[in-house]
Design a protein around this ligand. Structure first.
Ligand SMILES: Cc1cc2nc3c(=O)[nH]c(=O)nc-3n(C[C@H](O)[C@H](O)[C@H](O)COP(=O)(O)OP(=O)(O)OC[C@H]3O[C@@H](n4cnc5c(N)ncnc54)[C@H](O)[C@@H]3O)c2cc1C
Length: 499
């Protein structure tokens, strides 16, 4: 393997590719990230990340910097044109199971800058800007990928090639992987503004379900606020991108002087999922593997989850601690979750994007009645656990998310107390397990976290729990059984390298 340029070659230096490289390196892989642009993508994109994704960024040492540039808000409302609540997602400022607020309103370029700083701090990682992927060849045990670079054509050899190269994904196309189109296609204008007077802006996230102009208004990080306006039939991108037109769209918000337009873009919001997330030595992650309308704020989040899931598996393979075929568990573990977030976003989008007045009035009647009857899905959005993959079948908690407890002490969060890697937590009798941290339930090991961790085990009636590096539960039960099963799951042939 040492003759190769790296273990993991990532095409695309967006949030997915960079996070994936950071996680893979943490677990033992060398990685090169090739990015066709010189700098970070400048147009308006993600404004929200959830608690679980902040925990992923915590795992690569970037969360504190991201949190310092983000804000939170108590809820997310879908309103009728006259301000009645159709849907409300509450509790977004509360600490979620990931140990961070449920909703973190961010500025994507600031987030990406925080991630890239971590790449430059790790000598197993290299970021190559202005390297544009053009194609690849696959041999039995490696990949050779071609790039156009400022110094002419170059080739990089690697054990695995990751397409984290966004919606159009040249890697996906070169691998001949098709998309499943979930049939959502709506054109929207998106604007980011710099805020001068926060007091004159909404304090919560809003979807205005006004058939005359469906509109999104959300908080962002780093002193910004976002509006998104649906483009109506007959309007052109040129027309809606005109500053005077945007000024008229903002008039009802009465924010003149409170904000300055910073960036604007027209997007078509789509919903698509790649049919194969792994083909031989090529894997897809982030927008290359799935695209969602932004209404649930889950596109970047899904890419970070892919990176977290795939990163430790690639790292353990590079460190010879796992069989290559654990990569076959990636799609079965991630796809149902990604599809659930897309379905949620499509449900939200179909609620918002109604421009027919009669249909909108019917929607309002139906949803207001459901809400009055207590049948609205208020609370935080929830998505499925891992159903099948690298989890201990038969264990009640297998595939569930292991929470990150938060305490007043230093460190404040469980993961910082225990550290990276898989954990085997239990009262005692924990067998030695290579590559796994043994966490005995003694105050010396867990300090302030002893009580919440012990309570978790008691509530789940579990002698011990084995938590994977991505903080999903491998299984709960007797420590010796968990240890044996974990080792055989890592070394098992899952289903071989698919053609
Ligand atoms: C209006 C809008 C609002 C959004 N809001 C949210 C939100 O609130 N929350 C959320 O979670 N998500 C949101 N998203 C989605 C989020 O922005 C994307 O899901 C996220 O950027 C995807 O990250 P990625 O790294 O997978 O892809 P990208 O960020 O697209 O990165 C892919 C990278 O690959 C590079 N690349 C492409 N081709 C090549 C090549 N040939 N060679 C080398 N490099 C190449 C590109 O230059 C790019 O840097 C929103 C998106 C939009 C448009």
């Amino acid at each position: 393997m040492s003759a190769l340029d790296c273990e993991v070659l990532v095409v695309g230096g967006g949030p997915t590719g960079v996070t994936l490289a950071l996680v893979a390196a943490q677990y033992g892989a060398s990685a090169i990230v090739c990015e066709k642009e010189a700098g970070i993508y400048p147009l308006p994109r993600a404004a929200h990340i959830d608690h679980e994704v902040m925990r992923i960024f915590q795992s690569v040492g970037a969360a504190d910097e991201i949190a310092a540039t983000s804000r939170t808000t108590s809820h997310y409302d879908f309103l009728t044109s006259d301000g009645q609540i159709l849907l409300r997602f509450e509790g977004s400022d509360q600490i979620g199971p990931g140990g961070w607020p449920g909703a973190n309103m961010i500025h994507q370029p600031s987030l990406e800058r925080a991630l890239r700083k971590k790449v430059s701090a790790d000598d197993r990682l290299h970021l190559r800007p202005l390297w544009s992927f053009t194609g690849f060849d696959e041999a039995d045990d490696f990949i050779s990928a071609r790039f156009e670079t400022p110094d002419g054509p170059r080739t990089v050899t690697a054990r695995f090639l990751i397409g984290a190269d966004g919606t159009r994904s040249p890697v996906r196309n070169a691998a001949g992987i098709e998309l499943d189109d979930l049939q959502f296609d709506e054109p929207w204008l998106v604007i980011d503004t710099i805020v001068h007077d926060f007091d004159r802006l909404p304090k919560v996230n809003l979807q205005i379900c006004d058939p005359a102009r469906p509109t999104t208004c959300v908080l962002m990080g780093e002193g910004r606020h976002r509006w998104e306006f649906m483009i109506l039939p007959g309007e052109t991108p040129e027309q809606v991108l005109d500053d005077a037109f945007i000024g008229r769209l903002l008039e009802p918000w009465n924010v003149e002087g409170a904000v300055t337009l910073e960036r604007k873009a027209v997007y078509r919001f789509n919903a698509r999922v790649a049919k194969q997330w792994r083909k031989g030595r090529v894997l897809l992650a982030g927008d290359a593997a799935h695209q969602t309308p932004p209404f649930a704020g889950q596109g970047l989040c899904a890419g970070a989850r892919d990176a977290s899931n795939l990163g430790w598996k690639l790292g353990l393979i590079a460190a010879d601690e796992a069989n290559d075929s654990i990569l076959d568990t990636y799609q079965p573990e991630r796809e149902p979750h990604a599809r659930a977030t897309i379905q949620m976003a499509m449900m939200m989008g179909r609620t918002v994007c109604i421009t027919d007045r009669t249909a909108a009035a019917e929607r309002d009647r139906h949803m207001l009645a459901a809400r009055a009857a207590g049948q609205s899905p208020d609370g935080q959005a929830s998505y499925p656990n891992i159903g099948s993959g690298l989890v201990l079948t038969g264990s009640a908690d297998a595939g569930a998310y292991f929470p990150q407890f938060v305490c007043a002490g230093d460190p404040a969060r469980l993961d910082d107390k225990i550290g990276a890697g898989a954990w085997l937590i239990g009262a005692g009798g924990l067998p030695d397990l290579p590559g796994v941290k043994l966490v005995a339930l003694t105050s010396a090991d867990l300090g302030d976290f002893l009580d919440p961790v012990r309570d978790w085990l008691n509530r789940h009636n579990a002698e011990a729990v084995l938590v994977r590096p991505d903080r999903y539960i491998f299984g709960a039960g007797a420590p010796a059984t968990l240890a044996r099963s974990w080792q055989s799951a890592l070394s098992a042939e899952h289903s071989g390298l698919p053609a």
